[in-house]
Design a protein around this ligand. Structure first.
Ligand code: S3P
Length: 441
């Protein structure tokens, strides 16, 4: 892990120019995973060079998959086929990545060898019962720590059978774990969701030649097919673009163009909410790329007003709430978030971390179990704790840009899990963000 450091973000701007954000994290994980299990060689372009996605590649290397990295953001994966993985010699370390742990649990449940999945302190607090229960119902043998917490011990040689299940929470990771278990199961596996979530697994399985029948909120496949190697072009991560959409909206005089951003409708809920708040964001050059919609986004400064975030937008913007909290803090009036209890079990409790940080900066926030009411106001200078959560850290960097004075953001090293190079990228378009040693001298 990158060594511990803080950021100091100062008022600056306007933000101007063009940038391409790094590759999509969800799609990068899935591209490595399906390419590793495919027959033949797949090329991945636009791969996210983040700690999370590199951890996924490292775990497959530990199971005998040869993965070349000919240059930045490129990978060549020599797939070993659905049954070609070998037993890892050691525990598999997912680092900070809930996606890796949950997707791997489904895939490893179908292997002929035992395996153990661990993670860092944050991941070790995250709920895994949600994947263990449906996989056990399929015949998997998985043990966890008390309360369904990692590490997960997965016994090989289980005979998996397809099930029809309904996910208890809206979670693409849970849906994907079940579908990946379903690749190894006898018969049909069907997942119905309480609310539709991102469908990158379904789209990519289809691209690798596995028949999948899906529509928003439902996916179905049968075991016993093969994955065929294919080349994947990973779009820019909408969740990384989100910080720049909010920042350019808030800083007067800004105009930014974000190139090649993934526009999967299950990911772009923030767009609709920002627009409802008054944002000026134009979608240009929309096209399809390797089964995923992609576009350029032009964002100009606009004054925002508070809104009630519709409950049915929550899943489509689940990773964008930290950034939305900053937009809400700078908006006129009150913004209300409900139905977002999942935010409490992300890399941190994002409701608590964002509410605490915003209060630190002089903003009134009322927390509820499943959301918050944020009263827009004037952000003051101060020190906030990101709690080691990459998305909270990047969101507070935006707060510094528009506050009356500098904002120190404590514990920002985890930004490298999803957006390595964020500080440089931000400064290139007009932020004034300094990286400072957490423990000088
Ligand atoms: C992800 C799904 C979401 C999201 C996470 C990535 C994925 O998590 O928050 O950052 O790649 O499937 P949940 O499935 O827990 O909602």
């Amino acid at each position: 892990m990158t060594h511990r450091h803080d950021w100091v973000s100062s008022p600056a701007g306007p933000l101007r120019g063009e940038l391409a954000v790094p590759g999509d994290k969800s799609i990068s994980h899935r591209a490595i995973l399906l390419a590793a299990l495919a027959d033949g060689t797949s090329r991945i372009d636009g791969f996210l060079e983040g700690e999370d996605t590199r951890a996924t590649a490292a775990m497959f290397r530990a199971m005998g998959v040869s993965i070349e990295a000919p240059s930045t953001a490129k990978r060549i994966v020599h797939g070993v086929g659905l049954h070609g993985l070998s037993a890892p010699g050691a525990t598999l370390d997912c680092g900070n990545s809930g996606t890796a742990m949950r997707l791997f649990s489904g895939m490893l449940a179908g292997q002929a060898f035992n395996s153990v999945l661990t993670g860092d302190a944050s991941l070790s607090r995250r709920p895994m019962r949600r994947v263990i229960d449906p996989l056990v119902a399929m015949g998997a043998r998985i043990e966890s720590e008390a309360g369904g917490l990692p590490p997960l011990r997965i016994e090989g040689r289980a005979v998996l059978r397809g099930v029809a299940c309904r996910t208890p929470v809206a979670s693409a990771q849970v849906k994907s774990a079940i579908l990946l278990g379903g690749l190894y199961a006898r018969g049909e596996t069907e997942v119905r969701e309480v609310h539709p979530t991102r469908d990158h697994t379904e789209r990519m399985l289809a691209a690798f030649g596995w028949p999948v029948d899906w529509e928003p909120g439902r996916a179905r496949l049968t075991g016993g097919h093969d994955l065929r190697a294919t080349d994947v072009v990973v779009p820019g991560d909408f969740s990384s673009a989100a910080f720049f959409l909010v920042a350019a909206t808030l800083v007067p005089g800004s105009e930014l163009v974000l190139r090649g951003v993934g526009m999967n409708p299950r990911r772009t809920g923030l767009l609709g909410v920002l627009r409802a708040m008054g944002a000026d964001i134009v979608v240009e050059n929309a096209h399809d790329c390797a089964g995923e919609p992609v576009a350029d986004l032009r964002v100009r400064h606009a004054a925002l007003h508070g809104v009630e975030v519709p409950a049915d937008a929550v899943a489509d913007m689940i990773d964008e709430f930290p950034a939305l909290f900053i937009a809400a803090a700078a908006a006129r009036g009150r913004t209300v978030v409900r139905g977002a209890a999942e935010l409490r079990v992300k890399e941190s409790d994002r409701i608590a971390v964002m509410a605490r940080g915003l209060r630190q900066l002089g903003i009134e926030v009322e927390e509820t179990p499943d959301g918050a009411a944020i009263h827009g106001g004037n952000l003051q200078s101060g020190s906030v704790d990101s709690a080691g959560d990459h998305r909270c850290a990047m969101s507070f960097a935006i707060a510094g840009l528009i506050a009356h004075g500098t904002v120190r953001i404590v514990d920002c090293a985890n930004v490298a899990t999803s957006f390595p190079g964020f500080a440089g990228c931000a400064n290139d378009c007009g932020f004034a963000l300094r990286v400072v040693d957490a423990d000088p001298g």
